[in-house]
Design a protein around this ligand. Structure first.
Ligand code: S3P
Length: 172
């Protein structure tokens, strides 16, 4: 019988393609907690794709959508929140996460990430940059912020979702 283990939220952060959505969705099943995908919420609210939001309104607008949505979500409890890859880059967002949540950082090697994102057109930041050099560079730039935000860090390379989820629950 699945039961609720946490009252605060669990927020999954990390680079594009580390497996935040897959792991969040699985965690929500085993913990019987609602699952929220931030990217999808924004797409639904704005009525357009992430690419289109970037094209029409620019990145800052998208980042503000993320910040506003995070504040809304943090009013609820017990949710598994899959954050977009850039959400932890704003210190104010990280402060907001910490108010009512545990932050799980998922990591993966650039090679594994490339494999996972290479067929996706829905990542404006990787458009024309589908190579490990670019992914490594952006990942290294982001690493300090990701690590500073994390309560728990789990590498996902060559692991099944069940293993990753178990590691998270044990470490939390
Ligand atoms: C972004 C990651 C994407 C999406 C947007 C920007 C980023 O989410 O929010 O394309 O800045 O890392 P995923 O991490 O779910 O791909």
């Amino acid at each position: 019988q699945a039961r609720t283990l946490f009252t605060h939220n669990i927020l999954l952060i990390g680079f594009m393609g580390v497996g935040k959505s897959t792991v969040s969705s699985y965690l929500s099943k085993i913990l019987a907690s609602p699952y929220v995908e931030m990217d999808q919420e924004i797409v639904d609210k704005e009525g357009m794709s992430i690419n289109k939001i970037f094209e029409e309104y620019g990145e800052t607008y998208f980042r503000n959508c993320e910040t506003n949505l995070l504040i809304e979500l943090q009013k609820g409890n017990n949710q598994i929140i899959s954050c977009g890859g850039g959400v932890a880059m704003r210190d104010e967002n990280v402060a907001e996460m910490k108010k009512n949540g545990k932050v799980v950082l998922l990591t993966a090697s650039p090679e594994v990430i490339l494999e996972r994102v290479k067929d996706s057109d829905e990542r404006p930041l990787l458009r024309g940059h589908k190579n490990t050099e670019y992914i490594s560079k952006l990942m290294e730039e982001r690493r300090p912020k990701y690590e500073a935000a994390a309560d728990v860090i789990v590498n996902t390379d060559h692991k099944r979702v069940e293993e990753i989820a178990e590691e998270i629950v044990v470490k939390l």
